[in-house]
Write a protein that binds this ligand. Structure first.
Ligand code: ATP
Ligand code: MG
Length: 358
């Protein structure tokens, strides 16, 4: 039996191999990753990760810098060899049949790659030609995609004149020009301002409603993963630490509310006393008098907290009660906050100059 897979319209697409190498994947799965490992020398960048992505779902890989997200994408998209384990994309084994995989996927790498000296339309056309999109179909496809990403009126603008968000939208449109069935996007919104990020989310949702498409997206933005993804895999230090729908992940964390409060004059045992309040499942001291308290009884804990503070002569400078978020999920499964990891990874320490004492 061969994979039930039709040509996607671009002549570069092909029928699956019939030599038995391209095994059909389980019905309903677009991607299957099985105990995959990537080593660079002695360093393990991806450590025995397994997951499946269902057809037409938006699947998120969420993790801090260096977690192994891009390495996973690079293996799934045939750009780097797998050290151990296997991955199948649209029925093709990425190691044994990389060309089968390449014909079915679109990839938006982390770095921007559109040609700055060309116009939007020229960038799109080059890709359409590279992927052998028939000449008759090319214009209509490009017109449709530019409309979806809201760049129609800029089609003759040089790419170097575009904002980061517009350039990202161009690259997303360009990655769809050969009508891939599975779309990989590596941190498509990193570095964009909040308005442009929301525009990219809306665009991806819009594309999904127009086409049959499976999307695998990496991000380190919790809100993005929460809003966009049907299911999320949290990766940390190359390992998969949790995988589920955003709501199931949040429900798996003990406590249904999070209280963020800032205190002044708090005594040394304040964290311990907060722990003792009714309903509290965990307390994290974030520095500068700021505490993050998880509780199963938000309103009760809040009342007790204020009363305890008044009795102890502690000033409550600010108080915010909300539902648990993916931030809390990350802390629960890794013991650390994702935002701390991002700050650490971006911190740059000047190396000592030769001949100078550190
Ligand atoms: N070619 C390489 N040689 C050696 N180590 C590598 C190589 N590529 C990646 N790594 C290491 O593998 C780990 C995972 O890197 P990767 O780029 O997959 O992380 P990431 O989750 O995509 O992070 P970011 O959010 O910063 O893009 C990192 O520690 C990185 O330094
Ligand atoms: Mg990356």
């Amino acid at each position: 039996m061969v994979a039930d897979f039709k040509s996607n319209g671009a002549s570069g697409a092909r029928e699956p191999a019939t030599d038995g190498r391209a095994k059909p994947i389980n019905p309903g799965n677009a991607i299957e990753v099985d105990h995959i490992v990537k080593k660079y020398g002695d360093f393990t960048a991806v450590d025995n990760v397994s997951f499946n992505v269902k057809e037409e779902e938006i699947f998120g890989l969420l993790g801090p810098n260096g977690a192994g997200k891009s390495t996973l994408i690079r293996m799934m998209t045939t750009l780097i060899p797998i050290t151990a384990g296997s991955a199948r994309v649209a029925g093709y084994d990425v190691s044994k049949d990389p060309n089968g995989v390449r014909c079915t996927i679109g990839v938006i790498p982390q770095a921007l790659t559109s040609d700055l000296d060309l116009t939007i339309e020229e960038n799109m056309n080059i890709y359409a030609k590279l992927y052998d999109v028939p000449a008759k179909k090319r214009k209509a496809t490009i017109d449709e995609l530019l409309e979806v990403v809201d760049l129609t009126k800029w089609r003759s603008a040089q790419t170097k004149t575009l904002s980061g968000g517009m350039r990202r939208r161009l690259e997303i449109a360009r990655g769809l020009v050969h009508s891939p069935r599975i779309f990989f996007l590596d941190e498509p919104t990193t570095g964009l301002d909040p308005v442009s990020r929301v525009a990219v989310w809306e665009m991806l949702t819009n594309i999904k409603s127009h086409r049959q498409l499976t999307i695998l997206i990496t991000t380190h933005y919790m809100d993005e993963a929460d809003r966009l993804c049907d299911r999320i895999a949290i990766v940390d230090h190359g390992k998969l630490v949790a995988l589920d729908t955003p709501s199931a992940l949040k429900a798996s964390v003990p406590g249904s509310n999070v209280i963020e409060a800032q205190f002044e004059n708090a005594p040394a045992d304040w964290e311990q006393r907060l722990h003792g309040l009714k309903g509290v499942t965990s307390v994290q001291h974030e520095g500068a008098g700021m505490y993050r308290i998880l509780t199963g009884e938000g309103s009760r804990t809040t009342t007790d907290l204020v009363e305890t503070a008044v009795h102890a002569g502690v000033l409550v400078k600010s108080l915010l009660v909300q539902n648990t978020s993916l931030d809390d999920v990350f802390v629960h499964y890794t013991g650390r906050q994702l935002r701390d990891e991002l700050v650490k990874a971006h911190a740059f320490v000047m190396p000592p100059r030769p001949g100078m004492q550190p």
